[in-house]
Design a protein around this ligand. Structure first.
Ligand SMILES: Cc1cc2nc3c(=O)[nH]c(=O)nc-3n(C[C@H](O)[C@H](O)[C@H](O)COP(=O)(O)OP(=O)(O)OC[C@H]3O[C@@H](n4cnc5c(N)ncnc54)[C@H](O)[C@@H]3O)c2cc1C
Ligand SMILES: Cc1cc2nc3c(=O)[nH]c(=O)nc-3n(C[C@H](O)[C@H](O)[C@H](O)COP(=O)(O)O)c2cc1C
Ligand code: SF4
Length: 686
């Protein structure tokens, strides 16, 4: 198999098949990435023995000829778009939810002798728990230890599936030997405690995978490339596969007939280590692991795991990997490769590592992308050229306003953006302090505004007068959320901040009543020195210097409160986090939320759930938890609760006869995802 470049789309379940059959939605999704220049497209995990060993009825099946028309149509479409197709094949073993749903025991090398810590689920809503539980209709899994017959059946079934992949016209098959699925479980010493020739030594644990690889290779010959996906290491539990074992196993896979090794990573407890693997937080997370594997094999090695373009470029240039797989990057922007090839990396819409996409897989739904509303939409969502060109005024330069301006301009409208602050980005700018990955979106939106020549007027507050003076045909209000002071005794004290007053302080635009004189002065000095123009510089500076008292109480433990608590604790503050509800971190997407809650604990944040604040004094916050009266020391109080939508400007303008839409938090507090998605909805209609 020869590819046009070294960029691979790794397997990502789209969950759009109907009873295992590939439909047009899958084809549209993969074709968009193929047409965007990606060298190799790998499908989401497909079940070799479907529905047996499947984790969803929406994943592709490979066990019957009724699946051939869909597979064939996909292969033809991907080829026509200029790429090659690889089908990822697996038996999901101990995570085969459809087996549990259908009352079949889960096929395992040995019965698990450990329980997975599911404590993180305390930070889930009832609705989320219900959705996850409904995938297996609430049934509890049972297990079946693989017998010699099961092992022979599995090898034959895999060969049969590979034959079907070959007949579909695809170019490669990926054999999944990671992520806890059946072959990965056999490979791992914790999951495999067998005493026969399939357990014990690494060679024995790799035997089943090698038998599958050898049998598949014998059946497909050179007509399909055989790629093997293996964890470069497993994390989060003693007995996880080590990199040394992974290297040795990869050498055995090569001997068995593998044509390439795809090095992933896996956190063994999805509720605790998901952000270590398979979807790592860290940029270039597994490049070192892949580089080690590469030293032990003579076949090409693919690296994956937040491989951003420059990281991939370097890994290939240094000979540490032969191909780079970019997953979420290609969900966020299907045209990534073409943009890089055109020498315009700044035009690539960035993934912000928010885990919104994969959260959907936890309850068997189709991934959504926070920054790319077109993901998973079929027929493809492409903004059409405007029928009549208009002058549109966008009020507010946060992500909602800027994305609206971008799409409107692409559609041919003339757009003016005004913002009362001195910079682009709105609250996104501020969020980049606590969440550095958000800065990628800020940079992209800023660069798109420049590329498209969108007129921007900063330090300009929208009133009916300013709007009249600009005489637009249409107005889009994107003024963000309303953040009230706490309506509790002491809520108006000067050391009590809302998101807005805190932002004003950090950015040096505080008014006379925002915080102490020292804080205001520091903010202004920062503004004069230019430091407050760079989120990165503020992040760095505040690690050594932050003119904020030692004891901080954050009221409200949702996304923003939790992020701020963590940020302040990282800067040496004693932080108490008071949350009225049971769960922290809502509505952060689950894996990110679970990690953030754990990290806050590691940083020493003291958390009180189901707590109700009764009074704020000059140096304490008093609150109750059940029938307990408690208080916490507070030099500073941050009120991160009670954020609501609101667009009084829109009402005012409408009553003055203007045609108005509202996007982003001003319309509904739905964070970056809501801001970008509502921007597309509105911008498509104007
Ligand atoms: C610390 C922190 C961390 C966060 N982290 C995340 C995260 O990780 N993920 C996530 O999804 N969300 C996060 N958020 C929330 C996210 O930043 C917001 O939901 C998002 O920016 C909303 O976008 P928006 O365009 O609707 O409004 P905003 O970004 O709030 O922008 C509104 C803009 O309108 C301007 N404006 C208001 N009134 C006027 C007027 N009358 N005239 C002119 N201009 C006006 C403002 O100056 C502002 O620039 C975080 C927020 C904070 C505070
Ligand atoms: C929505 C989603 C679904 C995924 N499904 C699969 C899958 O079916 N099989 C698999 O091996 N990996 C799966 N992965 C993991 C990716 O293949 C990839 O290894 C991971 O996302 C890390 O790469 P990235 O940081 O470039 O996204 C999935 C990832 C995402 C985001
Ligand atoms: S949803 Fe978030 S993590 Fe997933 S691809 Fe989009 S931006 Fe990246």
């Amino acid at each position: 198999m020869e590819l046009s470049n070294r960029v691979v789309l790794p397997a990502m379940d789209m969950n759009v098949c109907v009873d295992g059959e590939i439909e047009q939605a899958d084809i549209d999704h993969y074709v968009a990435r193929a047409a965007g220049g990606t060298g190799l497209i790998i499908t989401g995990a497909s079940a070799v023995a479907y529905p047996v060993g499947a984790t969803s009825t929406k994943e592709p099946g490979l066990s019957d000829d009724r699946f051939l028309p869909g597979l064939t149509a996909l292969a033809e479409a991907v080829h026509a778009a200029g790429s090659k197709l690889c089908v990822q094949s697996t038996h999901h073993g101990k995570v085969a939810r459809i087996d549990t749903l259908n009352g079949r025991p889960l096929l395992v090398p040995s019965e698990p002798d450990y329980a997975v810590d599911m404590g993180a689920l305390a930070d889930n809503t009832i609705e989320e728990l219900t959705k996850m539980g409904s995938v297996t209709a609430g049934r509890k899994p049972t297990f079946h230890t693989a017998t010699a017959d099961d092992i022979s059946w599995l090898v034959e079934t895999w060969v049969d599936a590979a034959d079907r992949v070959m007949r579909s016209g695809a170019d490669a098959i990926e054999i999944h030997c990671a992520h806890g699925y059946i072959l990965g479980a056999f490979l791992n010493q914790r999951d495999n405690r067998r005493t026969d020739e399939y357990g014990g030594s690494l060679e024995n644990r790799a035997r089943l995978a090698c038998e599958v690889i050898a049998a598949v290779k014998a059946a497909v010959g050179d007509r399909l490339a055989v790629i093997v996906r293996v964890a470069g290491a497993e994390f989060g539990q003693e007995g996880g596969l080590t990199n040394e074992e992974s290297c040795a196993a990869s050498a055995l896979f090569e001997k068995a007939g593998a044509d390439a090794i795809h090095v992933t990573g896996w956190g063994r407890n999805p509720f605790a280590n998901f952000t270590d693997g398979p979807l790592p937080n860290r940029v270039g997370a597994y490049v070192d692991l892949a580089a080690e594997v590469k030293k032990h094999v003579g076949i090409p090695v693919i690296t994956v795991g937040r491989v951003l373009p420059d990281v991939g470029e370097q890994a290939i240039a240094e000979g540490r990997a032969d191909f780079v797989a970019m997953g979420r990057q290609l969900l966020a922007d299907p045209d990534l490769v073409n943009k890089l090839a055109a020498g315009a990396p700044e035009q690539v819409r960035p993934c912000i590592n928010c885990y919104v996409c994969v959260q959907e897989n936890f309850w068997d739904d189709t991934p959504l992308c926070a920054v790319n509303p077109a993901l998973g939409v079929s027929p493809p969502l492409v903004p059409e050229p405007a029928e009549a060109k208009k002058h549109v005024l966008v009020v507010g330069a946060g992500p909602g306003g800027l994305e609206t301006a971008r799409v409107l301009t692409e559609r041919g409208h003339r757009v003016t953006v005004i913002d009362k602050s001195d910079r682009l980005g709105g609250t996104l700018w501020f969020s980049s302090l606590t969440t550095p990955d958000n800065e990628r979106l800020l940079d992209w939106l800023t660069s798109e505004v420049a590329r498209l020549g969108i007129e921007v007027r900063l330090d300009t507050e929208a009133t009916t007068e300013t709007v009249r003076a600009l005489a637009p045909d249409h107005v889009v209000v994107a003024t963000g959320a309303v953040r009230p002071r706490p309506a509790i005794p002491g809520g108006d004290l000067p050391h009590v901040h809302t998101g807005d007053t805190l932002r004003n302080l950090v950015l040096g635009s505080a008014g006379a009543t925002d915080g102490s004189r020292l804080l205001r002065t520091m903010g202004r000095l920062g503004k004069l020195s230019g430091i407050t123009k760079s989120p990165e510089a503020i992040r760095r500076l505040t690690k050594t210097f932050l003119p904020l008292g030692k004891d901080v109480v954050v009221i409200g433990g949702s996304l923003v409160g939790l992020e701020l608590a963590e940020w302040l604790a990282e800067r040496g503050r004693n932080v108490t986090l008071i949350e009225p509800g049971k769960a922290l971190g809502l509505p952060m997407a689950m894996p990110r939320r679970w990690t953030a809650v754990r990290r806050a604990g590691e940083l020493g944040v003291v958390v009180h759930r189901e707590a109700s604040v009764s009074r704020i004094t000059a140096d304490r916050v008093e609150f109750t938890v059940g029938d307990q009266q408690l208080s916490a020391a507070a030099d500073v109080v941050i009120h991160a609760d009670g954020t609501t939508s609101g667009a009084p400007l829109a009402d005012e303008l409408r009553s003055g006869g203007w045609s108005v839409d509202v996007v982003g938090d001003a319309s509904q507090v739905d964070y970056i995802e809501g801001a970008i998605h509502s921007a597309w909805e509105v911008a498509a209609k104007v």
